[in-house]
Design a binder for this molecule. Structure first.
Ligand code: COA
Length: 196
């Protein structure tokens, strides 16, 4: 399903954008956007440990597009939060030329609504409280949780989609998502190598 958004009033002349499910054809543009937004070191970030080799949660990867161009991305991933099933959100990124038009907020609201509609009960992320508080995230429920790597306690945030979902959450946040399928070319190469 695609949701078309009009841009916020001060930018009424700006082209509207759409939020839709991520497609396989989005991968190159998504990766370029993430490189531009977070730099080459993004693969060493702590939350990446929760995504390495995993597929995003079913139906919870979204792209924002404008005139057919990918301008934003967000994905959610299955984790265990000290034994409690939850999702981790990220990375969230919007093309620098399209920021402060509400694209990030639209992606967040769409992703959280979709997660709730699918029955998920809690979403965790590592990010700036000053941005994510507006969506209901706080560090209130994450005080006893840890990430598999360095992190700043005040930036580990969560929102409960069902009240009490993270009550008593304690321990390590660990990836639980399905293994990512390897691209067809890599698979073919692996088979060829094994047969050689
Ligand atoms: C964060 C990001 C996704 C926001 O996207 P966006 O489309 O500009 O977001 P919105 O239009 O919904 O909101 C913009 C507002 O959020 C504010 N904002 C953006 N990043 C912020 C941050 N880290 N802390 C506090 N406020 C922030 C902007 O100043 C702007 O404020 P204004 O409405 O008063 O002008 C985008 O800036 C981005 O891709 N940044 C680089 C990657 C990144 O940092 N991702 C988040 C990881 S924590």
């Amino acid at each position: 399903m695609t949701a078309v958004r009009k841009t916020a009033a001060p930018f009424a002349d700006a082209a509207p954008f759409a939020i839709r499910a991520e497609r396989a054809a989005d991968v190159a543009a998504r990766e370029a956007l993430l490189d531009a937004s977070f730099g080459e070191g993004r693969h060493t970030r702590t939350c990446q440990r929760l995504r390495d080799g995993r597929a995003p949660a079913e139906g919870l990867a979204f792209s924002a597009t404008q005139h057919g161009r990918l301008i934003g991305t967000v994905r959610l991933w299955h984790v265990s939060a000290g034994g409690i099933p939850a999702l981790v959100l990220g990375p969230l990124a919007v093309d620098a030329s399209c920021r402060s038009l509400g694209v990030g907020a639209a992606l967040m609201n769409h992703a959280l609504a979709a997660a709730k509609a699918r029955g998920h009960t809690a979403v965790i992320l590592r990010g700036d409280p000053a941005y994510y508080e507006r969506f209901g995230f706080s560090a209130d429920k994450t005080g006893e949780l840890a990430l598999p790597g360095p992190f700043e306690r005040e930036r580990l945030l969560a929102i409960e989609l069902r009240e009490g979902a993270l009550m008593g959450a304690w321990g390590m946040i660990a990836a639980t998502g399905a293994k990512a399928r390897r691209p067809r070319a890599a698979k073919t190469h692996a088979i060829a190598t094994a047969a050689a």
